[in-house]
Structures are given as structure tokens and as C-alpha cells.
Design a protein around this ligand. Sequence first.
Ligand code: COA
Length: 274
Amino acid sequence: MSDNLSRTEGGADILSHTEAGVDILIHTEGGVKTLTLNRVEKKNSLTAAMYTQLSEAVEQAAADTAVRALVFQGHETVFCAGNDIADFLNHPPASQDAPVFRFLRAVSTFPKPMLAAVCGPAVGIGTTLLLHCDLVYAGDNAAFAMPFVNLGLVPEAASSLLVPRLMGYHRAAEALLLGEPFMAEAALEVGLVNRVVPPSEANSLAQRQAAKLAAKPLASLIETKRLMKQGQAAQVAQAMADEAQVFARMLAGPAAREAFSAFMDKRRPDFSKL
Ligand code: COA
């Protein structure tokens, strides 16, 4: 087990459980595996090491017959600020095997019910991950954003395909070209989230719904999810592969360099010559 990975099988209640220095908490109980992003001081931004841990956990959940549902959750104040920008600069994902792309493949092909509880900022992959979840519960403080263009990048996680499909082209253009954030109620309206509740209730609601799913016949859940998704599965895989190629190229480009150094220097980026 890696140093900053926690596995608690049964027993302790993850919802009241925090551990300083453990970036991802993993807890399995009653057939529900819960992955808690626990790097609140950095707004739950994700490093390459965290992507690897998450990928392993998701892949194991897919293979483990004792796991019947998977839940992603963060903190009441923040779900996920996307990729850790400093880590991205130091460890840019150069190929399709990079940890971020492995994680995206794992979640986009996860065969069992996958849920998320989202409070506070959900930026970049914090939002695009939700496109692959079956049920999403949001705190009324949730703020979604896909600012890839503002970072000199392009969408990932098949969001270039799935966001226009979900919300229509023009609203997708607002979200993906302008990179404009949208709040929980707007996410509910477009169907990105199932229900909006007070932030203190989001994680427990997701847990209750996951427990309901875990009590159902697993083979029926798996086949039903597969049937619902099979029409677009190949397109999603193709979009993710295409995006990953462009994303990796743009990440090394001058606009991303400028955006990322501006973030690190806490200044506005200057794209006037790019
Ligand atoms: N990568 C690395 N560090 C990040 C981060 C990220 N994506 N998001 C936040 N942090 C760090 C900040 O640098 C800051 O670190 P410091 O305390 O050492 O200065 C700390 O987390 C707190 O962030 P801060 O910006 O002060 O919090 P906030 O509440 O004002 O804003 C966000 C929260 C999420 C809106 C804001 O942090 C943000 O926009 N982050 C970047 C999101 C992004 O562009 N992600 C990439 C998507 S591909």
C-alpha cells in the first residue's frame, strides 16, 4: 500500500473520517466502495500519483465481485479543482498511458453503478468525471467549470462529445469556449446532476442511493448500464483518444505555459501574442 493511500474495509465511518496527508481515502462497506478526495488544502486538485491511485482503485472495483457500486466524493467546501497545475507542469501526460488518461479510461468503462457527491468547485476533470457517473448529487454550493481554453488546452474525458450532447451546442460553447462556470441549479436543469441538496447532505445522499443500488441484482445493473451506454461507447472511446492526443500537444504549447505560469504567479495570463 502506498504511503498516502488509505484502505479501510468496513468499520470506520468515512463520512466523519479525515486523515491529514492522505490524499485519497478508500473505504468499502456493504458493497459500496467510496473514494474520497482528501487534499482540501490544494482544493482536491489531482496529481499524477493521485490519478494512479484512483485508477487502481477503480480498476479493482470493476474486478471485485464484492463491490457493487462506486462513489466519488470530496469535501463539503470543494469537490475537485482539476489537475494539479504544478504537477502537470512537472509531469506532463505525454502519452495515452499517462495516469490521467488511464483514470479516464477506467471511469468511462466502469461497468457498475458509479455515483458522485459534489460540493463547492468542480473544475476541469472535477466536472468532466461527472459525465461518466450514473448518478450525481450536488450541494447547493457546487460550481462547475471546464476552463480548458482559458488554460491553452482542449477538453478531455470525451467532454467535447458529451457536453454538447447533454446541454445542446450553444450552452456547451459557453461552458467549453468561454469556460464560464455554472452553478448547481443550472447543472440540474441540463441534467448533469440528479438532485441539489444542502452541502452537508450531499455525501450522505450519495451513500444512501449507492446502498440502494448495492442491494439490487448486480448482473441486471451491469447489463442495464451496458445497454444504456452501448450506443455511444465506441464514440466516447474515440473522442477520448482524439482529445488526449491534442491535449498532450497543447500542454507543451506556449498558451498552456503562459496560463500555468500565470496561475503559479497568481497573475492574469497574457494571451495577446498567442
Ligand atoms: N493546481 C494546483 N494548485 C491548486 C489548484 C490546482 N488546480 N487549485 C487550487 N490550488 C491551490 C492554490 O494554488 C492555493 O495554494 P496556496 O495556498 O499554496 O497558494 C490553494 O490551492 C487554495 O486555492 P485558492 O485559489 O486560494 O482557493 P479559492 O477558494 O480562492 O479558489 C478555485 C478555488 C478552485 C476556484 C481556484 O483555486 C482555481 O480556480 N483553481 C484552478 C482550477 C483550474 O484551473 N484547474 C485546472 C483544470 S484543467
